[in-house]
Write a protein that binds this ligand. Structure first.
Ligand code: XBP
Ligand code: MG
Length: 250
């Protein structure tokens, strides 16, 4: 039966706009602290977001953009240390309350909780980084599963993180709805057989969202209506649990 039983949220870009003013700034601070004259501009970071995962992104940048740089050996430790520094800077930014939730996120989660629809998280971000954002802006006890970072060997666009969440929830994909913000995230969810809604942001709005059930500007609020970029839903001002249920059945 295709009854909605859980909503699975991506984190970065979906729950909050963390990338440009959070993760990116933290990477740059870590480079500076390590004495590296590397700087990820807003534009460059958009390209680097094609590589999911902070450690993977550092490695990719070094190998592709700074191939002459000789990092200290072992390289794995050097990357881990840089990423550790970056994560500290990122969490400082989050705990200072510099990044809030996107429209409609809290409203939809509260609606789901009231209706006993289960909530889960599936993110590429490192667990402590995802937890910092959740603890600051939400409540980690609301989520039955918080799947993050290296918990699975292959990050998005591989479906592994979504398979992991489905296994922990003991639910079939037909009974869950995913909210994502990027093509990489959408590909992961679709490959796990999940119906997916995309809420875009500046970094992702031009991406290919073939296969998404709906592509929206954001989840919307009564006083901040959403825009529909792809898919059909009659007279929707903001995304509700009733709409989520009807999408899963259609
Ligand atoms: C977003 C990502 C992450 C963050 C950096 O993942 O790709 O890599 O940019 O996070 P999602 P870490 O949209 O799945 O939440 O440095 O913590 O890896
Ligand atoms: Mg995302």
């Amino acid at each position: 039966m295709t009854q909605l039983q859980a909503i699975i949220f991506d984190v970065d870009g979906t729950i909050a706009e963390t990338e440009r003013d959070g993760h990116r700034v933290a990477f740059n601070r870590a480079f500076q602290a390590a004495g590296l004259e590397w700087h990820w501009s807003i534009e460059l970071y958009g390209e680097l977001l094609q590589i999911p995962g902070g450690k993977e992104r550092i490695r990719h940048y070094w190998q592709t953009y700074q191939p002459d740089y000789q990092p200290p050996e072992p390289v794995e430790d050097w990357i881990a240390q840089l990423h550790h520094q970056k994560s500290n800077f990122y969490r400082d930014c989050i705990t200072q309350g510099l990044i809030g939730l996107r429209p409609g996120v809290l409203r939809l989660m509260q609606e789901a909780r009231t209706a006993q629809v289960r909530l889960a998280i599936a993110t590429t971000s490192a667990l402590p980084n995802a937890m910092a954002l959740i603890e600051k802006n939400l409540d980690s006890s609301w989520f039955e599963v918080i799947a993050a970072g290296d918990i699975v060997p292959k990050k998005k666009p591989a479906p592994d993180i979504y398979f992991y969440v489905l296994d922990k929830l003991q639910l079939a994909p037909e009974n869950c709805l995913v909210i994502e913000d990027s093509a990489v995230g959408l590909q992961a969810a679709i490959a796990a057989g999940l119906t997916t809604i995309v809420t875009v942001n500046d970094y992702t709005k031009a991406q290919d969202f073939t296969g998404a059930r709906l592509v929206l500007s954001h989840l919307g609020e009564p006083e901040k209506p959403l825009q529909i970029y792809q898919g059909h839903c009659s007279s929707m001002k903001y995304f509700t649990l009733a709409i989520a249920r009807s999408i899963l059945k259609s």
